[in-house]
Ligand binder design. Structure first.
Ligand code: FAD
Ligand code: SIN
Length: 528
């Protein structure tokens, strides 16, 4: 939230074969898998490594154990998805998993092993140990290695500190995007034959989130404005265990801790998960997060606790070095004490409708990673299936582009026009609305919903949308304003999707419709 907008006339045009917006694992893998004779622009609104991918802890799921099998991984994913998982897409992802692991290893990722075999951990919903990981820093290892590989490619140009504003669309075809160069404050035109949205999720629409600041739903909002179908956005996943500490900014305590036997307990030391589900701590996340929410609300607790202190200190430090270190920095030695935890918004199960090749309903526009809705997560994502989805679908998207015919590039898009806007002296409006949206979402569109709370959220978000549109028309664009515009649009889509679902399923629990309908349906939102 620091952007200074300065009036300048932009006349910078770039031309690339492929424009990739986002440098998380979905964006980097897409770039690496594209044919080297294609010119590729790789855009990141922040530092290249900043994004959820870098912070991934638990790992990436894949059938790698001789006693495991594809069918079991598919069935676990579909059960967790609560009736809305797409079986074809799930099989495609699961069967692509061992190759995804190999691709990462080829880029230099060294998964944790014991005597040359993968150390596989487990998490909620998995019936076998199938989560490959690099201690508890899986994302950091994946991202740094992928970026090193990208840097060796002459056909890929990285634009750091460039934030996409809107897609260039004519006759239902995408020709690239307008992108604000945050260094010069000029909007530049990026013309491309194929555009891939890899902008991650929208958990920043909530006040408390495990996600970094980049997760403002930009790609989803841009795609909505462009005419894409946006599917199942009511299913925001709350991670059950984020560190409860005033300065921890919802630091994640990996589900792998529960996979390795960690117990959820109340302040008096009593375990409680067995009251909610036979799978106890390893039930899918929707169940665990709701159970914690219920215990906190009914007993007036600020948090519950996750206890791994029965393990040896050396074992904990070896398996969870980052978590150990981070908690220690806040004065909690997890080898001696249980960890105070609360749920926080973690993952966007819905997104831009895309097929097995990442294609959206707009010609030449693709979506991959958390921004996309491929159907594999349904109403609830199983742990460690997200990095897997990023990699498998980014690969198939790149393959599809490699096999397609490139055509003559479209000209004739106007430059970004700033002639009718002025510098703003009212930036406090932007920061105020940012905060208000995130509080509305946290208080009224959280783990347990009701018609009244959802309708209030809709009423106020619709007003905020009008205020943001007014502001957007009057003042020079800035990074904060672009994100605010996307935040309110994404929040509205989440609320409208939640209102449209008159049942409770997976991550969407509405106390006015506590039952699950017999006919599962996707919620599809499209701009009228
Ligand atoms: P991201 O990695 O979020 O990257 C998005 C990119 O888009 C960033 O580069 C960002 O700068 C860029 N961007 C966004 N908007 C714009 C714009 N307007 N213009 C330009 N650039 C833009 N999943 C697992 O499977 N296993 C795990 O162990 C795991 N652990 C997790 C731990 C944490 C703390 C978090 C937050 C998530 C975790 N997840 C895990 C989920 C998983 O990490 C993410 O779903 C996945 O990494 C998303 O990757 P992505 O490439 O789609 O998006
Ligand atoms: C975690 O390590 O708990 C996060 C895993 C995930 O989000 O898939």
């Amino acid at each position: 939230m620091s952007e200074q907008a300065i009036h300048k006339t932009p006349e910078i045009h770039h031309q690339f074969d492929v424009l990739i917006i986002g440098t998380g694992s979905a964006g980097l893998i897409s770039a690496l898998q594209l044919s080297e004779d294609m010119s590729v622009a790789l855009i990141s609104k922040d530092r290249v490594l900043e994004g959820s991918s870098y912070y991934a802890q638990g790992g990436i799921s894949a059938v790698l154990d001789i006693d495991d099998n594809f069918d079991s991984h598919v069935q676990d994913t579909l059960i967790t998805a609560s009736g809305l998982g797409n079986e074809e897409a799930t099989k495609f992802m699961v069967e692509g998993a061992p190759d995804a692991i190999k691709s990462l290893e080829n880029s230099g990722v060294e998964f944790t092993k014991n005597n040359n075999t993968y150390h596989l951990t487990t998490e909620g919903g998995h019936s076998s140990r199938r989560v490959a990981h690099v201690a508890d820093r899986t994302g950091k290892s994946i991202q740094t290695n992928l970026l090193d590989s990208v840097k060796t490619k002459n056909n890929i140009k990285i634009f750091e500190g460039f934030i996409a504003v809107d897609l260039l669309i004519k006759d239902s075809r995408c020709y690239g995007a307008y992108i604000l160069n945050k260094n010069s404050n000029c909007v530049e035109s990026f013309i491309a034959q194929k555009t891939i949205i890899a902008t991650g999720g929208a958990a920043k629409t909530y006040l408390y989130t495990s996600n970094p600041d980049t997760s403002t739903g930009d790609g989803i909002a841009m795609a909505y404005r462009a005419g894409c179908n946006i599917v199942n956005m009511e299913f925001t996943q709350f991670h059950p265990t984020c560190l409860y500490h005033p300065h921890a900014k919802s630091f994640l305590i990996s589900e792998a801790l529960r996979g390795e036997g960690g117990k959820l307990i109340l302040p008096n030391g009593d375990a409680f998960m067995h009251k909610y589900d036979d799978r106890a701590e390893l039930a899918p996340r929707d169940i665990v997060a709701r159970a914690i929410d219920s215990e906190m609300k009914s007993n007036g607790f600020d948090c519950v606790y996750l206890d791994i202190s029965f393990e040896e200190k050396d074992w904990i430090k070896q398996h969870f070095p980052s978590i150990y270190k981070k908690c220690k920095s806040f004065g909690i030695d997890i080898a001696d004490n249980p960890i105070p935890v609360v749920p926080a918004a973690h993952y966007t199960c819905g997104g831009i409708q895309s097929n097995l090749d990442g294609q959206t309903n707009i010609e030449d526009l693709y979506a991959v990673g958390e921004a996309a809705h491929t159907g594999v997560h349904g109403a609830n994502r199983m742990a460690s299936n997200s990095l897997l989805e990023c990699i498998v679908f980014a690969k198939s998207c790149a393959k599809h582009i490699n096999q397609s015919t490139l055509y003559t590039q479209q000209q004739g898009f106007n430059d970004w026009d700033e002639s009718k806007v002025a510098p703003s002296k009212e930036k406090v409006v932007v920061s105020h609305l940012w905060d208000e949206i995130r509080r509305i979402m946290w208080n009224f569109v959280g783990i347990v919903r009701s018609n009244k709370r959802l309708n209030y959220a809709k009423y106020r978000l619709d007003q905020i949308q009008i205020e943001v549109n007014e502001y957007y028309k009057l003042y020079l664009i800035s990074s904060d304003l672009i994100e605010l515009r996307n935040l309110v649009k994404t929040a509205q889509i989440i609320v409208n999707s939640a209102i449209a679902r008159t049942e409770s399923r997976g991550l969407h629990y509405n106390e006015d419709y506590p039952n699950q309908s017999n006919t599962p349906k996707n919620t599809i939102i499209q701009k009228q």
